[in-house]
Design a protein. Structure first.
Length: 455
């Protein structure tokens, strides 16, 4: 443990706990105590938290006061009452945000948060330290499974130019370095000319783990491998977050950094929802959130193991509760057990966002990962973006560096194999820029899925 780690462990965290009431480490211990509960005991914990949240919401949140007459039923059968609450779409919440603010919320203790906005207009909402500290605890609980502690040195590959404008301030850099033991390399500034500088900085810092978007970390990995080989750093793990982690990303990161790749799944609007254990399974943070998986058109529950739209209820946000909130991601859940011994539910797969899913003119849904799988087998396709503009129109952007006509035609043929006789406009570009959030969207559908009644 280096001097900075000791300083943070023995001075910073105790001071935050004593003088600011920070309970992150205490919450980590609480979560670690429940991660191996029996299934019955874990479910009882969830139900007790759900009942408390429902009672509070029905009494103190204007958007849910029509359910006030169901308070007695909450005590007897919270699941039944909960299932009657309509799923909350992002647009509906955004348009009526203030109706979800609790009348007991203390303005001095709450703060405004916002989603990343990678798919459009960001969603803003209120939280307080209670909810945030439980979410942070979920992250550190998950990282502890790989031996990573809150005071360990971290290399972050992060941020868009907009996000990082404030990060150029000296005070920010000092705070990150000496209070969080983090060094940040901007994700948007990775290029061959700077790789030697970055290699020296990283090897001098000797991080215990790397944290960032898989796409950005993969760029760094490729640059390192092409200019001197892997880092001379002993890492506990490479933590992937904020984007879908593909098998190609995982293989490349493991080769370049020589450490296990750990998948973190979360969202600003839902907190840390799941973490990958050393056995390779994503365990849901059941103590913090109630997760449901529904069909993206009917909004009815899907069978176990089937991919569907993730609906999240944060069990700790009493400032601005959002019950049954549509997060926008497609996932599947499993009840199988993990050899690591943790009983927390397993997320079997994260299949991207709901608007990554295309629809054929026959009404068949096609996951955006299908197009990524095509591109992986076409040697000259180094970067692409596919946009479904209507059920019959697709725009295919391809980075025009070494691109062959044979691969372009093969890509189009395989798209039609799945999507039918669609019109494909091919656009050759010098590069495919990231969105304002800093993330690159590979597949996007620009129109809503038609709603469909359940049978």
């Amino acid at each position: 443990m280096n001097y900075t780690s000791r300083f943070i462990k023995h001075i910073v965290y105790p001071s935050m706990s004593r003088w600011r009431g920070n309970r992150v480490l205490e919450n980590v211990r609480t979560l670690k105590a429940s991660e191996r509960f029996s299934l019955d005991r874990l479910e009882a914990l969830q139900l007790e938290k759900l009942k408390k949240l429902l009672r509070h919401s029905f009494l103190h949140v204007p958007a849910y006061q029509d359910f006030r007459h169901r308070l007695e039923d909450v005590e007897r059968n919270p699941r039944s009452v909960f299932a009657e609450i309509p799923i909350l779409r992002k647009a509906a919440f955004r348009d009526n945000r203030d109706r979800y603010l609790s009348d007991e919320a203390n303005e001095k203790e709450m703060f405004l948060n916002r989603s990343g906005g990678s798919t459009g207009e960001p969603v803003t909402f209120y939280m307080n330290r209670y909810a945030v500290e439980f979410s942070e605890a979920a992250r550190w609980r998950g990282l502890s499974w790989s031996g990573i502690q809150p005071w360990d040195p971290c290399l972050m590959i992060w941020g868009s130019p907009i996000e990082l404008a404030q990060h150029q301030m000296l005070s920010f850099r000092l705070r990150e370095r000496w209070l969080k033991n983090r060094v940040l390399i901007p994700a948007f500034a990775l290029d061959q000319q700077k790789i030697s500088e970055y290699r020296r900085r990283i090897e001098r810092f000797q991080p215990a783990y790397i944290y960032g978007w898989p796409s950005s970390m993969s760029i760094l990995a490729q640059l390192l491998l092409s200019s001197g080989g892997p880092l001379r750093v002993q890492l506990k793990g490479v933590v992937s977050t904020a984007e879908t982690l593909s098998d190609a990303h995982r293989d490349l990161l493991k080769e370049a950094f020589g450490a296990p790749v750990i998948n973190e799944y979360g969202a600003r609007e839902g907190g840390i929802l799941a973490y990958e254990c050393p056995a390779g399974n994503l365990h849901a943070t059941a103590e913090n959130s109630w997760l449901e998986v529904v069909h993206p058109q009917t909004y009815q529950p899907v069978p176990e193991g089937e991919s569907g739209l993730l609906v999240v209820t944060d069990l700790n946000n009493f400032v601005m509760p959002r019950l049954r909130y549509e997060l926008g991601d497609l996932v599947s859940l499993s009840s199988r057990t993990c050899r690591c011994g943790r009983t927390l539910p397993i997320l079997e797969a994260i299949d991207g966002r709901s608007d990554d899913t295309f629809i054929t003119d026959q009404g068949i849904l096609v996951n955006g990962q299908y197009f990524t799988n095509i591109a992986r087998l076409l040697p000259s396709v180094t970067k692409f973006q596919i946009v479904q503009q209507s059920p019959s129109q697709i725009l295919l952007r391809l980075k025009d560096v070494g691109l062959t006509e044979q691969d372009v035609q093969s890509f189009c043929t395989q798209i039609r194999d799945k999507m039918g006789n669609v019109s494909i406009e091919v656009e050759r570009v010098t590069d495919i820029p990231a969105a304002a959030s800093g993330k690159v969207r590979v597949a996007m559908r620009q129109f809503p899925l038609p709603s469909k009644h359940a049978d």
